[in-house]
Design a protein around this ligand. Structure first.
Ligand SMILES: C[S@@+](CC[C@H](N)C(=O)[O-])C[C@H]1O[C@@H](n2cnc3c(N)ncnc32)[C@H](O)[C@@H]1O
Length: 288
């Protein structure tokens, strides 16, 4: 009978998950524009409108988080407050960090409009020296859909250093909200992002036995018309050429169906986000 490692044709403990993640991130940035602050500044308004009004992701994430009233939370890559805004009245305070000034500006407006006083926006990046920015240790650190780093292992160590109790990160599962069919219809190859399994396996190799839950979102992509469908697909296809736009317009004309007064792309698979959380180890973990 064959051994486990022979069936796999490798020893899974030898897989360098940090390198796998790093390679995929680099490849992704070569194929698409690097997702720097300029990119997120440009997307801030649309992203924020979608999260605030059309997604129940925040609700599902907070249910998994199960917050305690005394928590001081650090929200890394907070965006316009997808989690921070609905979480604010459930915890003591939130340091909401992001490198996009436009995201933080929407967050400030939302806090003012909702009279939220315990969220402190902070312009900073993953790559910054958080200690010198005066970011202290918080009870809980979250990074919701924002682990946009090349060195995943260093990021985990950093998250552990700034969390007293627990860390929560969420990451894409499979294709995530991107629709492969739409990307292919424009004539482009689909470049998958590294998904949550890299994080989970790296944590395992670091001796961190993380918990895993999934949010679930049956996707119903509805559009007012073909142009609306084109506009709402732009984020999947940076810098579309006129030729690609034409291909996509034709695709929507052929595939959208009328449903309850809107246009719908049928058979879009549901989206899941993986929420991975762990208790902070007493000492910095190291790869075995
Ligand atoms: C997909 S959004 C997620 C926002 C929010 N946490 C949520 O779950 O909706 C990713 C966020 O991470 C921020 N971000 C990306 N790379 C970053 C970096 N290197 N440092 C700080 N923030 C970053 C972006 O500006 C953006 O607001």
């Amino acid at each position: 009978m064959k051994r486990f490692s022979e069936v796999l044709e490798m020893d899974i403990k030898q897989i360098d998950w940090n390198l796998a993640w790093q390679t995929a991130q680099r490849q992704r940035h070569l194929n698409r524009k690097a997702k720097g602050a300029v990119y997120w500044n440009r997307r801030a308004r649309d992203f924020s409108d979608h999260q605030a009004h059309k997604s129940d992701y925040p609700h599902q994430f907070i249910r998994i988080l199960n917050p305690e009233p005394g928590w001081r939370v650090l929200d890394v890559g907070c965006g316009s407050g997808t989690i921070a805004i609905p979480l604010a009245n459930r915890v003591a305070s939130i340091t909401a960090m992001d490198f996009s000034e436009s995201m933080l500006s929407i967050l400030r407006q939302e806090c003012a409009a909702k009279k939220i006083g315990n969220v402190k926006p902070l312009l900073a990046a993953w790559e910054d020296d958080w200690e010198s920015l005066g970011i202290g240790v918080h009870d809980v650190v979250i990074a919701s859909r924002s682990v946009n780093v090349e060195d995943l292992k260093s990021a985990v160590i950093k998250l552990n250093r700034f969390a007293r109790q627990r860390v929560y990160v969420s990451a894409v599962v499979g294709d995530g909200p991107a629709v492969r069919r739409i990307i292919n219809a424009a004539g482009r190859d689909y470049q998958p992002s590294p998904d949550y399994i890299c994080i989970l396996n790296l944590l395992y190799q670091m001796g961190i036995y993380a918990n895993l839950s999934f949010t679930f979102h049956p996707l119903n992509r509805t559009y007012a018309d073909y142009e609306d469908a084109l506009n709402k697909s732009q984020w999947m296809l940076d810098d579309m050429t006129p030729h690609e736009e034409e291909r996509l317009r034709n695709f929507f004309q052929d595939h959208l169906v009328r449903q309850n007064g809107s246009w719908v792309l049928p058979d879009v698979p549901p989206v899941r986000w993986a929420v991975i959380w762990w208790n902070v180890p007493d000492e910095d973990p190291s790869i075995t």
